[in-house]
Design a protein around this ligand. Structure first.
Ligand SMILES: [Fe+2]
Length: 358
């Protein structure tokens, strides 16, 4: 039986679980073993947990396995070189915030440009200058810790949104559907990457403020009283306040606050009119109505998509929504380009249920 005491430092600590050493985890990637030893001797003295890989492919696998806080990546390697490895890490949402320091033997401007193009965060040259290497690693890991905190704050908010959804089993999957519908509508309209990301996050977070609405109102099976309706309306403002603390959610805030606004000023919470209603919030409003109508709730049956389309057209004619946006949505939906969630929840011979104020 193997004795864990005899394992090398990095294996022993990894086997102990996901605990991160105080200074951080560094993955050193180099096809020359001597270079790895050199970097290891400098970094381990500062308390880093150093793991290693001998080429780009091994490095990509090691990132998934070891969750490093930083990669020291040699440029000149056979097969998958440092530039390509870096490019792959930076194009994957799961690893794009992982700092990559490219190690090059050449003081070559062309290499630096290629490295920057590949998304590298910094460079060091071989042979290592120990104080310089330690300073770079220290500062990049500090930034990484900060972005980790941002990410985890956001994941807390998303978990909270899903918890709220779980309070009301009748809306099961609503957040996920809205995220998919809204992003699909954004693609249809040719919106940019940032807007598409905001629409997807907005789908999950639009009703996050319902965390502040009591169950007696949120889960009430019948129509709401005037007071209860006023209380329900505050979910937009509560949600805006919750997201307001996070810089990474600033594009999502307008969706959270304004997804119940109507272009004629009869919506809430700010009675915005016309172009003052943020476009992303308008898009969320359209898919929110579609989803609410095509799924069953305790107080109503699900409608087929065609009836939901008709309702959206009526709302546009009433001056609540932009007709062009509604038309784009309907065209997308009728031509089968809407992510297919609703089929399972629509009952074929449904009666029109009484709409509820919400
Ligand atoms: Fe809402």
């Amino acid at each position: 039986m193997s004795n864990p005491r005899s394992a090398p430092t990095d294996e022993r600590q990894l086997a102990a679980g996901p605990a991160t050493p105080a200074a951080g985890r560094v993955l050193v990637v180099d096809d020359v073993a001597g270079n790895i030893s050199l970097a290891r001797s400098v970094l381990e003295r500062d308390g880093y947990l150093v793991t290693s890989a001998a080429n780009g492919r091994e490095a990509l696998a090691a990132v998934v396995r070891d969750h490093p806080d930083l990669i020291l990546l040699d440029v000149m390697m056979p097969d998958l070189d440092g530039f390509e490895t870096c490019r792959q890490l930076k194009s994957d949402a799961a690893t794009r915030l992982l700092p990559v320091v490219l190690v090059t033997a050449l003081r070559n401007t062309q290499d630096k440009i290629r490295g920057l193009d590949a998304g590298a965060d910094d460079f060091v040259t071989k042979p290592f200058n120990a104080p310089e290497l330690r300073a770079r690693v220290r500062s990049l890991i500090r930034i990484k810790r900060y972005t980790d905190d941002l990410d985890s704050a956001e994941s807390v908010i998303v978990s909270l949104a899903l918890t709220i959804e779980a309070r009301d089993p009748s809306t099961d999957g609503h957040c996920q559907r809205l995220a998919a519908y809204a992003a699909a509508l954004g693609v249809e309209l040719g919106l940019g990457e940032d807007d598409l990301a905001a629409l997807e996050r907005g789908g999950f977070l639009h009703d996050i403020g319902k965390v502040g609405i009591p169950d007696s109102v949120l889960l009430k099976p019948g129509a709401l009283t005037r007071d209860e309706y006023e209380q329900m309306k505050t979910h937009t403002v509560i949600g805006d306040r919750l997201c307001g603390e996070l810089r990474s959610l600033r594009r999502v805030r307008s969706i959270v606050r304004s997804h119940h606004e109507r272009l004629d000023g009869s919506g809430y919470p700010d009675q915005l009119k016309g172009d003052a209603v943020p476009v992303l919030a308008q898009l969320m409003g359209i898919v929110d109505v579609f989803d609410a109508l095509t799924t069953s709730r305790p107080y109503k049956m699900a409608l087929p998509p065609e009836s939901a389309h008709e309702e959206l057209v009526r709302e546009a004619e009433r001056g609540w929504r932009q007709r062009e946006l509604v038309d784009v949505f309907i065209k997308m939906s009728t031509s089968g380009r809407l992510p297919a969630f609703y089929a399972a929840s629509v009952e074929p011979s449904v009666a029109t249920g009484a709409a509820r104020m919400s």
